[in-house]
Design a protein. Structure first.
Length: 247
């Protein structure tokens, strides 16, 4: 397996609060990593560090073709290159409300990547088709359900052709009946071979789809391994307690 992400010694504080206190893990190409753990344990900060949405205080992180040592202040160009390796899907999708579905999706490819509009549009149409939104290209976000909006959020990230997809609690803002449709899209992407890191509270989903589970507690990875270990046979007391509280 080819390693696509490597994180070594990741630290991040917000003021006096040490949020990430030495995180190490790797992600192989074509695999799904689920990040689970209690609220406030640092999961989102960990994910955001992989896209430099939060800048770590220390740590060497490689994402695909870009490596940054965050203990020295990185150059802006290096951060831009690092950020371009991954696509980030936000909890609340962050779509532009005044743009149509198609306009939302092609914005990045056309404006940032300077790709021809016709090409970006054709790619976007194929992607939107693949998530069941081929007939909603001209809709505005407010005309879509939360689940449809989140699927557009996923397509918008995919349209930039990243090496890795990072998803931050992609279903936690959705009404329960809409969760399944979005999880099905993520599962489909996994079967297409996308490399993904997903922060999620959906333990059943993590068990089914993840190759690797990271259980984060108080800023460290307290337990990691395949779901058959971390979810079905956890050895750390903190993991056992966390999973017990969910059921
Ligand atoms: P999780 O995703 O596990 O719920 P987060 O990574 O969102 O945890 O947050 C971890 C801790 O860091 C929390 O205490 C949160 O309040 C704090 N935190 C996150 N982002 C910021 C920020 N931008 N400024 C200050 N504190 C933050």
């Amino acid at each position: 397996m080819t390693e696509l992400i490597s994180v070594q010694g990741l630290h991040k504080a917000f003021g006096d609060l040490d949020v990430l206190r030495g995180i190490d893990f790797t992600v192989d190409e074509g695999t799904v990593t689920a990040v689970i753990g209690p609220s406030g344990s640092g999961k989102t900060t960990l994910l955001r560090s992989l896209n430099a949405l939060d800048l770590p205080d220390a740590g060497v992180i490689r994402v695909a073709d870009s490596t940054i040592d965050f203990s020295t202040r990185p150059q802006r160009e290096a951060i831009a290159e690092y950020r371009a390796q991954s696509g980030f899907v936000f909890q609340n999708h962050n779509l532009f409300p005044h743009k149509t579905v198609m306009e939302n999706v092609i914005e990045g490819p056309v404006i940032v990547q300077k790709r021809p509009v016709a090409e970006a549009t054709a790619d976007a149409r194929a992607l939107l088709d693949s998530v069941g939104l081929g007939d909603r290209l001209d809709s505005y976000p407010s005309q879509l359900s939360g689940g449809q909006q989140q699927r557009v959020g996923i397509v918008r990230a995919l349209a930039m052709k990243p090496k890795v997809l990072l998803l931050d609690e992609p279903t936690s803002a959705l009404d329960p009946e809409l969760v399944g449709g979005v999880l099905a899209v993520i599962k489909d992407l996994a079967s297409q071979g996308w490399t993904m890191v997903v922060v999620t509270h959906e333990i059943a989903f993590a068990r089914k789809v993840a190759d690797q589970v990271l259980f984060v507690d108080q800023g460290v990875i307290a337990e990691q391994g395949p779901p058959s270990d971390v979810i079905d046979n956890p050895t750390e007391e903190r993991t056992i307690q966390f999973l017990r509280r969910l059921t």
